[in-house]
Each structure stands twice: as structure tokens, then as C-alpha cells.
Design a protein around this ligand. Structure first.
Ligand code: ARG
Length: 476
């Protein structure tokens, strides 16, 4: 909060803004200065702002729009400003509103009036659109890198546990035995789609808005292909109105973040459940857990809970920007200045969440004996009995399902597992059952039998792990 805030909005004596104040008699009120300033957050764009300005000024020089020596002085001056920012951070002066004017003002202090030529044939509208695209493009790349790391951790653990048996659930009720490797590889697949979404969005957004100027383009003989290439874009954008007012690249980014946040939240939820005492399937690494200040026995899965919790904020950031953009007429409106905080917040939350999840996957200890014991409870191999009746005895599946139901009911009434029922009892339910059924009723036989493509059988898991390792460039 600005202490000098003037609630009346009067502003006697304030100087007019040096950058745009030519037609104003008075300077902005303190309220106006505060509500207008984006420098507190858009200073994060300084690298992109300098890079885009350098590309722009090189083009102005090459096209003869400004003198070569001015272009050179400006470019060197921008390097000097960048060095200052890198060393001391970006100064926050609300009167200079944003990173664009902050940089230009400092440039003028360093090199004098030639600095004023930098803004020829551009506007802050195409400038911010360009800077922000560059920033988001890097964010796409960083997120992709993070996700690849998490995939590697998942695949490594899945390879170790291709044969480890755990209960598979539907409705969180024990359904059929699965392998832990299979379960972990499910998340590998989700992240594979997340990464492909990132790649799509990144390819779509890689066009350069610079040169669209305020909204209509410019009368100066600029070379947009040159600036686009210098900044690593595939091409210049094709419509200046769209270029300065579109933020769907940022929305794409936030949707990608949200989709991944949702996946990580589900995985986090499973880790939290698995780490609870009644499950006891895993021990999370101490480095990513906390203790309780009053209950000495506790080890809490806080990192996983925060990954789950942060997904709400990430999804909120998508909602926030969608609502900001909805209903804005073409072209630029100042509402769009609010595009940055949700993107910055989502990007940093995702970076942390991905890193925390990678650490938890890589560092957890799986209690495979306990998982196996849980898989042996709950009649998880009932489907295998039904399948055996179909396969070995030619009984229609619906009838086999019914026979199996009676066997489960009997086992339940005695408090034993299916394969602990004596043969005579099974035969009393259906005379076609014989000794060979027992081989089908173990959890190992159950998972081994599910060898259809993409199934949970250890061989299938090993196949998918090998493919994933190859896709991720993990050495054999
Ligand atoms: N700080 C502004 C933003 O982030 C830069 C663009 C300002 N343009 C304008 N016409 N006032 O949106």
C-alpha cells in the first residue's frame, strides 16, 4: 500500500508523466499511479524486454529507419541496463509504470536522447505481447523439461516394480490385482499426453507480434521477418489487431498447467492414501515430509498435500485469465495487463509441484509385502475364477459370474480367501470345478494372465517400460 495514497484523487503539483504526459496538464493521482503500475510483477519480463528491444533496434538500423550509430548506441545501452538488472534487480518506480518504460528511462539516463529513437515503429502493445510470448515460450520449455524428469522417475520405479503386486481399485474397492509398475506407468502415460499438449501449444504460439505497433501496424518500412527470426519465432503474426490483443497463448499455457496439475493432484492423493497407516503401502522420503509439533509419532505427507492443494490455485489462474479476456473488444485494453500474475503464479507453482513429485517418486520406499497382502484380501481374484470357468469349462461368462458370486459368499462367511476354500466346497457350488482351478486363483496367476496389450501382466509392463525408456533417452 502506498502511504502517499491520496484518496481524493487530487494531485496538485505532480509532474506529468514523462513518457506520455504531453497532452496532460496534471500528473496522475497517487491512486492512478498505484493502480496503473505493473512494474511490481512485470519486471519478471526484463530479459525478454531487453531481447525484443535489441532485435527491434537492430532491425531499425538495418532498414535505415534510424542511424546505424544510434542503433549501436541503443543496443550497447540495453546491454548495460541488462547488466544492472542482473546485478541489482529491476528498480520499482510506479511513475515508470512497467518494465518497458523503466528500461527505456534507464537507457535514456545512460545514453542520452538517442534512447528516444528505440520506440520508433513500435508500441508498448506489441512490445508487451512479444515479451510475454517469449516468457511463456520459455515456461513451456521449462515445464516440459520438468515433466520429462518426472517421467524418468516414474519409469525407473515402474521398471523396479514390474512384478510387484498390489490391489487395483475401482470405486476405491479392491477390484483385481495389478502390478505397481503398471500403476506407475499410468501416470507416465498421462504426462506423455501433457507433454504433447505442451508441444502443440508451443508450436501454435511461436509467431512474433512485434511490428504490429499499437494496433494497426506502422508506416515505417520495418522488416518483421527479421525481428521474428532474431527472436526465434517461426514467422511474424498476420494480423496486427489480433497480435496485440490475443492472449490465447497464455490461456493455452494455463490450460496445460491445469491439466498437469490435475494429474499431479491425483497422484498426490494416491501417495497420501498409500502413506497412511491403514494402507501402509509406501514410506515417503523424510526430505519431503514433516513432523507434527504435538504428536511425535507422526510423519505428514505435506509436500503431496501441497501438490494436491496447489492444483486449485493453478486451475484458478486459468479461470482468472479467461474471465479477464472475456468480453474485451479489439484491440488492446488495460485489463490485459492482468494477464501476467496468473501466468507467473501458475508457472512457479507447477515448477515446485513437479520437482516435489519427482522427489517423492524417486525417494519413496514401497512396502511390496504389504501391497501384496492387501491384494490377497478382498477377493481380488474372483474374476479369475469366473474367467477359468469360461475358459476351462466353456461356461457362459454371465453364468460363471453367478457361480463365482456363490463362492465369494461362502468364503466371506468363513472369513477365508477364495483359494482357501476346500475343493469339495467349490464342487458343491459347481461340480465342473476341479483341482486345476487353484492355479488361477493366486494373485500372481491373475496378473500374469492379464497379458492383453496394455494390460497389467509383468511382461506387458516391461514392454511399456522399455518403450518409455527409449522415448526418454534413458540408457539401458
Ligand atoms: N504494462 C502494460 C501491459 O502489461 C503494457 C502495455 C501498455 N499499453 C498501453 N497502451 N497502455 O499491458
Amino acid at each position: 500500500m502506498n502511504d502517499e495514497r491520496d484518496m481524493t484523487g487530487s494531485n496538485q503539483g505532480a509532474a506529468t508523466n514523462a513518457m506520455w504526459g504531453g497532452r496532460f496538464a496534471d500528473g496522475p493521482s497517487a491512486i492512478m499511479r498505484e493502480i496503473n503500475a505493473s512494474i511490481p510483477f512485470d519486471k519478471a519480463l526484463w530479459r525478454e524486454d531487453i531481447a525484443a528491444s535489441k532485435a527491434h533496434v537492430a532491425m531499425l538500423g538495418a532498414q535505415g529507419i534510424i542511424a546505424a550509430e544510434d542503433a549501436q548506441a541503443i543496443s550497447a545501452g540495453l546491454d548495460a541496463v541488462a547488466a544492472e538488472y542482473a546485478a541489482n534487480g529491476v528498480p520499482e518506480n510506479w511513475d515508470l509504470e512497467d518494465i518497458h518504460m523503466t528500461t527505456e528511462a534507464r537507457l535514456a539516463e545512460l545514453i542520452g536522447p538517442a534512447a528516444g529513437r528505440l520506440h520508433t515503429a513500435r508500441s508498448r502493445n506489441d512490445q508487451v505481447a512479444t515479451d510475454f510470448r517469449l516468457w511463456v515460450r520459455t515456461a513451456f520449455d521449462r515445464m516440459d523439461e520438468g515433466l520429462a524428469g518426472l517421467q524418468r522417475a516414474l519409469v525407473a520405479r515402474a521398471g523396479e516394480h514390474a512384478d510387484s503386486i498390489m490391489p487395483g481399485f475401482t470405486h476405491l474397492q479392491t477390484a483385481q490385482p495389478v502390478t505397481l509398475g503398471h500403476h506407475l506407468m499410468a501416470y507416465y502415460e498421462m504426462l506423455r499426453r501433457d507433454r504433447s499438449r505442451l508441444a502443440d501449444a508451443r508450436a501454435r504460439m511461436n509467431e512474433c507480434p512485434l511490428g504490429s505497433a499499437a494496433l494497426a501496424g506502422t508506416g515505417f518500412p520495418i522488416d518483421r521477418a527479421m525481428t521474428a527470426a532474431a527472436l526465434g519465432f517461426d514467422a511474424p503474426t498476420a494480423n496486427s489487431l489480433d497480435s496485440v490483443s490475443d492472449r490465447d497463448f497464455a490461456l493455452d499455457f494455463l490450460w496445460c498447467c491445469s491439466a498437469t496439475a490435475l494429474h499431479l493432484s491425483r497422484l498426490a492423493e494416491e501417495l497420501i492414501l498409500w502413506a497412511s497407516q491403514p494402507f501402509g503401502f509406501i514410506r515417503l522420503p523424510d526430505s519431503l515430509s514433516t513432523g507434527s509439533s504435538i504428536m511425535p509419532q507422526k510423519k505428514n505427507p505435506d509436500a503431496a498435500e501441497l501438490v494436491r492443494g496447489h492444483s486449485g490455485r493453478v486451475i484458478g489462474s486459468l479461470t482468472s485469465l479467461m474471465i479477464t479476456m472475456k468480453g474485451l473488444p479489439l484491440a488492446y485494453s488495460k485489463d490485459m495487463q492482468d494477464d501476467k500474475p496468473p501466468v507467473f503464479e501458475a508457472a512457479s507453482l507447477m515448477e515446485l509441484a513437479i520437482a516435489a513429485m519427482t522427489g517423492m517418486i524417486a525417494g519413496s520406499t514401497f512396502n511390496t509385502a504389504r501391497m501384496r497382502a492387501a491384494a490377497e484380501l478382498g477377493y481380488a481374484t474372483a474374476t479369475d475364477l469366473a474367467d477359468w470357468l469360461v475358459r476351462a469349462r466353456g461356461i457362459p461368462f454371465r453364468e460363471a459370474h453367478h457361480i463365482t458370486g456363490s463362492a465369494v459368499k461362502l468364503a466371506e462367511s468363513r472369513g477365508v480367501a477364495l483359494d482357501q476354500l476346500p475343493l469339495a466346497d467349490l464342487q458343491a457350488i459347481d461340480a465342473r470345478i476341479d483341482e486345476s482351478v487353484y492355479a488361477a486363483l493366486s494373485v500372481d496367476a491373475s496378473v500374469a494372465a492379464r497379458s492383453s496389450y496394455g494390460g497389467t501382466a509383468p511382461d506387458q509392463v516391461r514392454l511399456q517400460v522399455a518403450r518409455a525408456r527409449e522415448a526418454l533417452g534413458m540408457e539401458e
